[in-house]
Design a protein around this ligand. Structure first.
Ligand code: NDP
Length: 445
């Protein structure tokens, strides 16, 4: 790391004790930014990094709710409004028992750069709760979402902060959250949340966008070496929203996706994952991957272990942070990997990224590769603002253009700063410079 940034890093780490995922995300970005400060001393003079690492606003609140037996539960809700230099705060809500401030802040921090890379007018934020939706009835989920929104509503708005989904928050939860927002405010403010249902203000392609976008980004990386998805053997982690649509898109481009996972284990299906069966089990039945293996001839389920033990030429981590460590990366490389693109946020540890880069693997970091979701959320906001709805084809075309644009911007920025082929450097610098310029232009805020 550039010595000028070390002191700033130390202060950020000391000011935010115990938030190890946030520390990891900050260090990863700082490691790319030395050369930027050679060209832009005004960023140091304006304390841009110090300001960028301090969220503009952090909201923590109590979420009381009752289960179906009438028992009272109390969860903790978060919304971190990190940076609004480029537009209203934008970023998802995560409902998962592991959620605490350090996770929300790492996600919000990454979101600032990701949103800048999309070229859309959106700032960065993130939120969620330590609520565990697994095993809860629809009625329990609804009561939780209503209680969560009963506090959150006062902090969000079309021009202020626009949440969306993330782990544990999909179309069902966005529906309950939107209903409660409308009820409290008496406003049909479509632009306050994205990921809505198609018949009430949602955008076609939003459910598919993150997974599709990750594959489009990976395809652009492969093209730089004269390759494509056609004929690739792909390993995916996760089996949620991002993973399902990444699998579908990769297979539509001629790849065979031979494995995917959930938190209990993984399935191997040499014939290629049956996406419709997977989608039905995961999205309709809300079941487990063991059921996929039970119903799909030829597929096997492995309990525990790591999906990264399965050999493939392309890896798409689409589950959660730090799910792919240095050992897993080394194993993938020795098994013939040529490319990895992150559908999830920060799924690869710093050691894993080093292993990939030292082995010359094409590596697409999440803040670039998974930006298709938030970009399509911004397209949903555009449609809401103009009271319009676009066709699937038109929206998918826009998504494709945006992802190709992000790829090209990352590649060009990496070249410009003397690190050709390094998409981590390209994404971090490309996103940072845009936000830093806007922050300086807007004065000391
Ligand atoms: P979902 O809740 O739909 O799916 C998450 C998947 O990851 C599930 O298969 C889940 O398994 C698995 N998973 C979650 N936590 C863990 C864990 N601790 N260990 C192992 N597996 C785990 O979430 P999404 O698909 O929406 O999100 C996946 C990733 O993509 C996240 O990192 C998210 O931040 C990122 N992302 C999502 C976007 C979106 O548009 N949804 C946009 C950009 C990034 P199980 O069911 O067993 O818990």
């Amino acid at each position: 790391m550039d010595s000028r940034l070390e002191g700033i890093r130390d202060t950020v780490l000391a000011r935010n004790p115990g938030e190890k995922e946030f520390h990891q995300a900050v260090i990863e970005v700082f490691e790319s930014l030395g050369p930027v400060h050679d060209r832009h001393p005004e960023f140091l003079e304006g304390a841009v990094l110090e300001r960028l690492c301090e969220p503009e606003r952090q909201i923590i609140f109590r979420v009381p709710w009752t289960d179906d037996a009438g028992r009272v539960h109390v969860n903790r809700g978060f919304r971190v409004e990190f940076n609004s230099a480029l537009g209203p705060y934008k970023g998802g809500l995560r409902f998962h028992p592991s959620v605490y401030l350090g996770i929300v802040k790492f996600l919000g921090f990454e979101q600032i750069f990701k949103n800048a890379l999309t070229g859309m007018p959106i700032g960065g934020g993130k939120g969620g709760s330590d609520f565990d939706p697994r095993g809860r009835s629809d009625a329990e989920i609804m009561r939780f979402c209503q209680s969560f929104m009963t506090e959150l509503y006062r902090h969000i708005g079309e021009y202020t902060d626009v949440p969306a989904g993330d782990i544990g928050v999909g179309g069902r939860e966005i529906g309950y959250l939107f209903g409660q927002y409308k009820r409290i405010t008496n406003r049909y403010e479509s632009g306050v949340l994205t990921g809505k249902g198609i018949s009430w203000g949602g955008s076609l392609v939003r459910p598919e966008a993150t997974g599709y976008g990750t594959v489009i980004f990976a395809q652009e990386m492969l093209k730089t070496r004269g390759q494509s998805f056609d004929g690739q053997r792909v390993v995916v982690s996760g089996s949620g929203n991002v993973a399902i649509h990444a699998i579908a898109k990769a297979q539509s481009l001629g790849a065979t996706v031979v494995a995917c996972s959930d938190s209990a284990g993984y399935v191997v299906d040499e014939a290629g994952i049956d996406v419709e069966l997977l989608r039905h089990i995961k999205e309709v039945e809300r079941g487990r991957l063991t059921e996929y293996a039970a119903r799909r001839g030829g597929a096997t389920h492995v309990t525990g272990g790591s999906v990264w033990d399965v050999n493939g030429t392309v890896a798409l981590p689409c589950a959660t942070q730090n799910e792919l460590d240095g050992d897993a990366a080394a194993k993938l490389v020795s098994n013939g990997l040529i490319a990895a693109a992150e559908g999830a946020n920060m799924p690869s540890t710093r050691e894993a990224v080093s292993v990939f880069q030292e082995a010359g693997i094409l590596f697409g970091p999440g803040k670039a590769a998974n930006a298709g979701g938030v970009a399509t959320s911004a397209l949903e906001m555009q449609q809401n603002a103009s009271r319009d709805s676009w066709t699937f084809e038109h929206t998918e075309q826009r998504l494709t253009e945006i992802m190709v644009g992000i790829h090209d911007r990352c590649a060009a920025t990496a070249d410009e700063y003397g690190a050709p082929g390094n998409y981590v450097v390209g994404a971090n610098i490309g996103g940072f410079v845009k936000v830093a310029d806007a922050m300086l232009a807007q004065g000391l805020i």
